[in-house]
Design a protein around this ligand. Structure first.
Ligand SMILES: C[S@@+](CC[C@H](N)C(=O)[O-])C[C@H]1O[C@@H](n2cnc3c(N)ncnc32)[C@H](O)[C@@H]1O
Length: 293
């Protein structure tokens, strides 16, 4: 009996442990079944990488006046962005009249690049707090819609104090944990790890998801709520390991950082991928329960 129970628990790839523990007794819970661990991904890593590079490059170009350190210290970076001289002209004209450096805000860049924008707002579910909505445009099936920000902990790393009363601890399919809480001790840990990994003026991760003014508009995935029987899941989580070849100038938009400095593994990110077309005004819902056979 005990062995059967343990086997069942081991087959759960529960995404949010406290939420599962509280709702395990509910008979009508929604579950996502995956036939095999290798079949968990909806889209390929190459597609995820392509989308992230596309949006990060657009954010970088849009915000290029803040990137002068890259151009001065790493001249090869500038040669990768041939569109910059024209933009520089547009920006200097605009900043004279508006005292503004960005041409577009990050949500507009997202809309212009991927065809939709998302934001946090009061959930359409009663007492579910904040949720994430598509505010403009539409999301096609199989697209990267959002990212799950936070500090990445290997299975053996200490997370006890950060996890107390914390509903934002996400569990990856291989047991790696991501703490996406933007408050309290979790926030302090993320900021400290981010500062630790900074290379001179070059940031290796984004810290703005800890504030209301996000620099990477995809980094709100920690606020996506669990589906219900009336509101079925329209997105699902997918792990993505950042390859070594990832451009240094775009790392400033990655919303994840490893807890330990000396882990010889690639940086783990988690993206949310659309399971169907999602229209303007719809709330995003994921599934906090996954069973891998
Ligand atoms: C990862 S957080 C999601 C963000 C959360 N809504 C907030 O405002 O902070 C997970 C928590 O959201 C709430 N939640 C998520 N899905 C829900 C649902 N379907 N119904 C009620 N509460 C939900 C629960 O409190 C859960 O512990």
């Amino acid at each position: 009996m005990l062995r059967a129970l343990l086997r069942r628990w081991a087959s759960y790839r529960y995404r949010f442990a406290p939420w599962i523990a509280l709702h395990l007794r509910h008979k009508r819970r929604t579950i996502r079944y995956v036939p095999d661990e290798s079949k968990d991904k909806i889209i390929s890593d190459e597609d995820v990488l392509e989308t992230l590079l596309k949006i990060f490059k657009a954010l970088f170009v849009n915000d290029f006046s803040r990137q002068m350190d890259y151009f001065t210290l790493l001249p090869e970076v500038k040669s990768k962005y041939p569109e910059l001289p024209t933009l520089q002209f547009k920006i200097s004209k605009r900043s004279c009249s508006h005292q503004s450096q960005n041409i577009f805000n990050p949500e507009e860049v997202l809309f212009n690049t991927l065809g939709f924008s998302i934001t946090r707002a009061q959930s359409s579910l009663i007492s579910a707090g904040t949720g994430v909505f598509v505010t403009k445009g539409f999301v096609p099936k199989g697209a990267v819609v959002s990212m799950y920000p936070g500090t990445v902990y290997q299975k053996f790393e200490p997370i006890f104090f950060q996890s107390i009363g914390n509903p934002f601890i996400f569990r990856c399919i291989d047991g790696i944990l991501i703490d996406g809480n933007d408050k309290g001790i979790s926030k302090a840990v993320y900021r400290s790890c981010s500062k630790r990994d900074q290379l001179g003026p070059f940031q290796m991760s984004d810290t703005t998801w800890l504030t209301r003014a996000v620099q990477n508009p995809l980094s709100v995935g920690q606020y996506v709520n669990n589906c219900s029987h009336n509101k079925t899941a329209n997105v699902c989580y997918q792990e993505f390991d950042v390859p070594e070849c990832f451009p240094i100038e775009l790392k400033q938009y990655l919303p994840n950082i490893t807890y330990s400095h000396d882990v010889p593994a690639p940086l783990r990110c988690v993206v949310l991928v659309s399971l169907r077309e999602i229209e303007q005004g719809e709330e995003l819902f994921s599934n906090y329960y996954t069973i891998v056979n």
